[in-house]
Design a protein around this ligand. Structure first.
Ligand SMILES: [Zn+2]
Length: 273
């Protein structure tokens, strides 16, 4: 079974086209799609889509890049959504120090650094609150980490054993992947795997054991080659799966059985419990 474990179907990029997009996904063999919330409104939209389409499930969360735009009580506003049977995870949550706040020309280094401190602190607060919410509701979490490795682990690792996390769009090296696996966490790979300059990620995908990773699109972003640069959609997860199966010298059916089993045990879809 082919599952796109990370899509943003609520984004305006797909507005008005979802029936056709989901049909193309089915035609490519995709049987399930998890649409990922990036804020309170986005999480609500994701759940509406999950209610509307059988093959769609939802993750509910606040993306770190939105932490500074959401209200203080944003995470508690997610709580009422969690009892819905099609909510399969919390996320995406985490830390992102790549997309920094804009810096006006006149601002000094000291001023900028002191403004960054509370900005990072709010991301960490929202991240930790979402981990707590996940642990309380016995859900796993989808992590967004960019240029924030050490801080992300510092917030996440106290929760080891209480929940599992998938580091989505994994782009780190083998040692970092192993650091996650020994603590019970997973990674997932996007179309980046097909990019020319993605040698390190390909090495990681080649060597990780079955059961430790999943596949995703992160659509509308990161379309795999030969669609690179165009709008990505769930059907393209097939290309990513084929490409990793090839690297690992696995048959596509064998690869899909293994990654679907990983996704089913991580997300615990209502029909697989
Ligand atoms: Zn995403």
């Amino acid at each position: 079974m082919l599952i796109d474990t990370h899509a943003h179907l609520d984004f305006p990029d797909f507005a008005g086209e979802l029936p056709a997009i989901l049909q193309r996904a089915k035609d490519a063999g995709v049987e399930r799609i998890i649409t990922i919330g990036t804020g309170v409104a986005s999480s609500r939209r994701s759940l509406v889509l999950a209610e509307q389409y059988d093959m769609v499930y939802a993750a509910i969360g606040i993306h770190p890049c939105n932490a500074n735009d959401e209200t203080d009580d944003a995470v508690s506003r997610l709580a009422p959504l969690l009892s819905h049977p099609k909510v399969v995870a919390i996320g995406e949550c985490g830390l992102d120090y790549y997309h920094l706040p804009e810096r006006p020309e006149h601002e000094s280094d000291t001023e900028y650094t002191s403004r960054l401190a509370p900005w990072k602190a709010r991301q960490k607060l929202f991240f930790n609150q979402q981990l707590e919410l996940a642990a309380n509701h016995k859900l796993n979490v989808i992590i967004h980490q960019r240029h924030s490795w050490d801080d992300t682990l510092e917030v996440l690792f106290p929760w080891n054993g209480k929940l599992r996390a998938v580091f989505h769009c994994f782009g780190e090296n083998q040692a970092r992947a192993e650091q996650l696996l020994v603590n019970g966490h997973l990674v997932s790979f996007t179309g980046i795997i097909t990019f020319k300059n993605a040698q390190i990620v390909r090495e990681v995908a080649k060597s990780l054991p079955d059961g430790s990773f999943m596949v995703e699109t992160d659509c509308p972003y990161l379309a795999p080659v030969p669609h690179r640069g165009k709008r990505c959609e769930p059907a393209f997860v097939r290309r990513t799966a084929e490409s990793i199966a090839d690297l690992r010298n696995q048959s596509l059916p064998g690869f899909l059985t293994a990654t679907a089993a990983t996704a089913k045990s991580f997300f615990r879809f209502p029909d697989s419990v």
